[in-house]
Design a protein around this ligand. Structure first.
Ligand code: NOJ
Ligand code: CA
Length: 573
């Protein structure tokens, strides 16, 4: 047995899983996913090999932005359960050695939060200073920033000549982090949850907490005269001071795991964010998610295998061994990874496994989003009214405004909407895909008869069993060390549609090789041959070598032919 080096931090080498609670599993039959459903599925997640579960917001909320609009940080939304049930989840997870990570949404709260209500009643009072409230100057709003969900960031406060700022929806007023009192309130709340036994947080929109002040206009980038709020973020400096203060006042005391939703950090800032003493334990690698994205849906480019490869390789190269990225192919804000990164005509179990293999063994913490492990795909909706997501509706509106017809706009929604990842998890091929016995809050993807867990569980060739195997290899003591800490080294980076890399530690080398195209392609296995530890085609090394017509005893580089979307993980000897 190999020696396992003591881990530097408890969360390194763990496998994480994201739950978007409304669509995960309904435990009480009202058509909406909930804490009871999550508790019921803990054994399932354990069997899959999951160690950390990040749950998107469960707090009390009017759900305008599906929980990212919190009206009470100290309570659970009654739709999902209550605090006792949350405690039960934490306890049941602990029994199974699973860590619960919550979502921390502190750039903004809901306009139904009592702080905001008090601020509206007295904008010049104590709670007014919890938010950004300003007046027009010379008849002009304080700045021309466009909120993420469309329109100006400024919303009038009825009965006054004042406005409040919202970076997202108008029902999500931004909290004023310049105010030490507000910051203290936030830290108190964070510690209250950590005391309850959660293991950490995913930090929502966290870079937005620092604004570039005083407010000023930027060059408008559309006919609405507004400028993307991202322009302001590029100039805002000093967010690190808040992040450090928050870390010292909260996370650090509990050895908590934190993963930041960070989009716009600069290369020089990686260590500051996720280095040994960084602000967070980890941050998501959004490189692949940003692939091909432009300001509007209409301008987005199709993602090619080469674009995807360059995105992940670039992030790996930038990060090196400075820290741990959290690697994803999708989340609740993105379309399904398999629909985005695999051309529609090539979408099948083999290509889904190939994509899984390409990202899962990257250096960092692998995150799996609910349903990803069974290969869930984008979902078609027949009209914009069927969509739930506020951002989808806004993007759709912009498409129409820019001259797109409804059919085309709907097609774009099918490709890019966040609701693609928000349809209920397909547990069975039965009624409502086994998600609920009640009335669905959102439609199930009609493909559920073809794609569901029930049909995949006992099928050794299923996507689900591939994920299970991938996780068990990742955790195997022989490989765990190298797959956690081993260096990432690209292999044949210039070979088109080949995604291949080594994970390397002192005297061990693992080679991941994925032919990310339908056509076969030849590739050289470097040095001596090795042993296949994972594959998606069921060919043994002997088969592969034979097919290549090579003498099996040859000890230096051999050329093999990978079949379409073939993925191999090889332990090189
Ligand atoms: C990022 C979250 O993931 C997304 O769902 C939400 O709409 C925004 N932040 C605002 O909280
Ligand atoms: Ca329910």
């Amino acid at each position: 047995m190999e020696e396992i080096v003591t881990k530097k931090k408890w969360w390194m080498g763990k496998v994480a899983y994201q739950i978007w609670p409304k669509s995960f599993a309904d435990g009480n039959g009202d058509g909406i996913g909930d804490l009871y459903g999550i508790i019921d599925k803990l054994d399932y997640l354990k069997q899959l090999g999951v160690d950390i579960i990040w749950i998107s917001p469960l707090y009390r909320s009017p759900l305008v932005d599906q929980g990212y609009d919190i009206s009470d940080y100290y309570d659970i939304n009654p739709l999902f359960g209550d605090l006792d049930t949350m405690d039960r989840l934490i306890a049941e997870a602990k029994k199974r050695n699973i860590y619960i990570v919550m979502d921390l949404v502190v750039n903004h709260c809901s306009d139904e939060h009592e702080w905001f209500k008090k601020a509206m009643a007295d904008p010049d009072g104590e709670y007014g200073r919890y938010f950004y409230i300003a007046e027009k100057k010379d008849g002009k709003l304080p700045c021309n920033w466009r909120s993420y969900f469309g329109g100006s960031v400024w919303e009038p406060i009825p009965g006054t000549d004042k406005y409040y700022l919202h970076s997202f929806h108008k029902k999500q007023p931004d909290l004023n982090w310049e105010n030490p009192k507000l910051r203290k309130e936030i830290y108190k709340m964070i510690n209250w949850w950590l005391d309850r036994g959660i293991a950490g947080f995913r930090l929502d929109a966290i870079i937005n907490i620092k604004k570039k002040l005083p407010f000023k206009d930027y060059e408008p980038d559309r006919d609405d005269g507004l400028a993307n709020i991202g322009k302001m973020l590029e100039e805002a400096e000093g967010v690190g001071e808040y992040l450090e203060e928050m870390k010292h006042e909260t996370f650090e005391k509990y050895d908590a795991f934190t993963v930041g939703e960070v989009f716009n950090d600069k290369e020089s800032e990686i260590a500051e964010y996720i280095g040994e003493n960084g602000h967070f334990s980890s941050k998501f690698d959004f490189g692949p998610e940003l692939c091909g994205k432009k300001a509007d849906w209409m301008d987005h480019e199709k993602v090619t295998a080469e674009m995807y490869k360059e995105a992940i390789f670039e992030s790996q190269a930038r990060t090196g061994s400075i820290g741990f990225l959290s690697n994803i192919i999708e989340n609740h804000d993105e379309p399904r990874g398999v629909s985005r990164f695999i051309p529609a005509e090539d979408l099948c179990d083999t290509s889904k496994k190939a994509l899984a293999c390409a990202y899962f063994f990257l250096r960092g913490i692998p995150f799996i989003y609910q349903g990803q492990e069974i290969g869930m795909e984008n979902c078609r909706f027949d009209s914009i009214d069927e969509y739930d997501d506020i951002s989808t509706k806004e993007e759709y509106r912009v498409c129409l405004e820019m001259g797109c017809d409804e059919k085309k706009a709907l097609e774009l929604a099918y490709t890019f909407s966040r609701d693609n990842a928000r349809t209920p998890v397909q547990w069975t091929g039965g009624s409502n895909a086994g998600f609920t016995t009640g009335t669905l809050w959102m439609k199930v993807n009609p493909d559920y008869k073809r794609i569901n867990l029930e049909s995949q569980r006992d099928n050794k060739d299923s996507v689900y069993n591939f994920y299970k195997k991938m996780i068990s290899i990742y955790k195997e003591p022989k490989y765990h060390e190298i797959l956690t800490f081993g260096e990432f080294i690209p292999y044949k980076r210039n070979q088109k549609n080949l995604i291949s890399y080594f994970r390397q530690a002192e005297n061990k080398k693992i080679l991941v090789m994925v032919n990310f195209q339908k056509r076969p392609q030849c590739v050289e296995i470097p040095g001596m041959t090795g042993q296949i530890i994972l594959d998606n085609t069921d060919r043994s090394m002997t088969d592969i070598i034979k097919a290549a017509g090579i003498d099996e005893n040859r000890k230096n580089g051999i050329n093999i032919e990978l079949t379409g979307y073939e993925a191999l993980v090889i332990e090189l000897i």
